[in-house]
Design a binder for this molecule. Structure first.
Ligand code: SF4
Ligand code: SF4
Length: 363
C-alpha cells in the first residue's frame, strides 16, 4: 500500500464523515446492488434509533454506593440490553468530532455480537443484512442504556451508527474491548471481530477499565490472511502513523470500489481466524469449512470483473419531491444515492472528502 499523509491526519480534531459518503466521494454508489426489504428495514431502524439518543433526566439522583457498584450495574444492564461485553473509559476530546459537543466525562463502550455464520458470506447481501441488523440492535442497546442512566438522575447520550459524536474505535480500545486488527476492525479473544460498537456518554461516576493486550497485534504481524484475501489490496503491509499514532490502516480509496459494489464487502472480517476461536470455538467448524472452499485468486478476479464504473459527473435535480433520487450521469443507468432523502445535489461532505484525499472535485 502506498504511503499516504493526508492533512486531515494531523488536524487537531477528527472530522466526521458518514462512511457511505466516503465511498461516494471516490465515485461509487453505495447501493449498487439492491438489498432485500428485510435489510432495508434494519437500515431504516438504524436511523430510527437517533430519535432516542437524548431524553429527560430524572429529578432525583438515585446514587450508587460507589463507582464499583455503578459500573457493575451499568455493565449488567448493557448485557441485558444486548451487549456481549462493555467497557468504560474517559471521553477523549481529541476523538470528539469537530463541531460536536460531548460534555460528559465517561464513555461506556459496548460490543454487540454478530453471527459469524451470517457475516462469513462476505461481499453478499447476507453479510450486509447481518451488519445492518446488528447496527440497529446496537442503536437500541445504546438508547436503552442511556435512558436507564437518565432515569437514575444522570445525563446520558447514546451514540451509534447514525449518531456518533465521537470516534468509537479509539474509545473502545481504551475501554478494553479489543485490539485494532490489521483489517482495521477491533478484535478480542471472546468475540473475534464479529461485533459492532455502540456507546453511551454520561456523567454518572464510574470505575474505568484499561486497554487490553491479548496478543492480537502480535498475531496480525505475521498472519496476513486478510491482506491476502482483500480483493482491493487495501489492507496495509505495514503500520502507518495517523494522528501521532502508529497503527494498522486500510486504504479507503482501494476499499471503496468493493465496499460500494458488494454490500459493504467485509471479506476481511469473514476470513479473520480470530472468528474461529470466538465464543469458545462456536464458529470453528463453519470457519474452517468456509475458508477451505475459497479460491482466493478466482474470487478476486470475479469481484474485480463485476466492479461498478465510477461517476463522471453529477447532475443536480431541478425539482425536489418526496422520494426523489439524485441522478448520476456518466454511467448509463440512473444511480441511487440516498433513497427518499431530499438533498441538494451531493452533500458537502463528498466534496470535502475528495479535497481531504487530494482528489479533484466532481464537477
Ligand atoms: S486476518 Fe490475520 S492479520 Fe488480518 S486482522 Fe485477522 S488476525 Fe490480523
Ligand atoms: S471491506 Fe473488502 S475491500 Fe475493504 S478492506 Fe475489507 S476485504 Fe478489503
Amino acid at each position: 500500500m502506498k504511503q499516504r499523509n493526508f492533512p486531515e491526519w494531523s488536524a487537531e480534531q477528527a472530522e466526521y464523515v458518514e462512511p457511505t459518503q466516503v465511498v461516494r466521494s471516490f465515485g461509487y454508489d453505495v447501493f449498487a446492488n439492491p438489498v432485500s426489504d428485510e435489510a432495508m428495514q434494519y437500515n431504516n431502524d438504524t436511523f430510527g434509533c437517533v430519535l432516542k439518543v437524548e431524553g429527560e433526566i430524572a429529578q432525583n439522583k438515585n446514587a450508587y454506593e460507589n463507582e464499583d457498584a455503578a459500573s457493575s450495574d451499568i455493565k449488567t444492564m448493557a448485557e441485558k440490553f444486548g451487549a456481549a461485553r462493555a467497557g468504560i473509559t474517559l471521553v477523549d476530546q481529541k476523538y470528539v468530532y469537530k463541531g460536536h459537543d460531548v460534555p460528559h466525562r465517561y464513555a461506556i463502550l459496548m460490543a454487540v455480537p454478530m453471527d459469524y455464520d451470517e457475516i462469513k458470506f462476505g461481499a453478499t447481501e447476507r453479510h450486509v443484512k447481518e451488519v445492518l441488523k446488528i447496527y440497529a440492535e446496537a442503536g437500541h442497546t445504546a438508547a436503552n442504556l442511556a435512558e436507564y442512566i437518565r432515569d437514575k438522575g444522570y445525563p446520558a447520550r447514546a451514540h451509534s451508527l447514525r449518531f456518533e459524536q465521537l470516534m468509537m474505535l479509539p474509545h473502545a480500545i481504551a475501554a478494553g474491548l479489543g485490539e485494532l486488527g490489521r483489517h482495521g476492525s477491533l478484535i478480542n479473544r471472546e468475540l473475534g471481530c464479529s461485533f459492532r460498537l455502540a456507546c453511551v456518554t454520561t456523567d454518572l461516576p464510574l470505575k474505568m477499565d484499561s486497554a487490553i493486550d491479548e496478543g492480537i497485534d502480535d498475531v496480525c504481524v505475521t498472519c496476513n490472511v486478510c491482506t491476502d484475501h482483500c480483493p482491493g489490496d487495501a489492507i496495509s503491509g505495514e503500520k502507518q502513523t495517523v494522528r501521532d499514532e502508529t497503527r494498522w490502516l486500510v486504504d479507503t480509496e482501494l476499499c471503496a470500489p468493493y465496499w460500494g459494489s458488494y454490500y459493504s464487502c467485509g471479506i476481511c472480517l469473514e476470513v479473520c481466524p480470530f472468528n474461529a476461536k470466538a465464543l469458545d470455538g462456536k464458529y470453528k467448524k463453519s470457519f474452517v469449512e468456509r475458508i477451505k472452499q475459497i479460491d482466493i485468486a478466482e474470487r478476486k478476479a470475479d469481484l474485480k470483473s463485476g466492479l461498478q464504473q465510477t461517476w463522471q459527473f453529477v447532475e443536480k435535480p431541478e425539482e425536489k419531491e418526496a422520494g426523489w433520487r439524485n441522478r448520476v450521469k456518466g454511467k448509463g443507468d440512473t444511480a441511487i444515492l440516498v433513497g427518499g432523502v431530499p438533498m441538494d445535489g451531493l452533500p458537502d461532505e463528498v466534496y470535502n472528502m475528495r479535497e481531504l484525499m487530494g482528489m479533484e472535485k466532481i464537477s
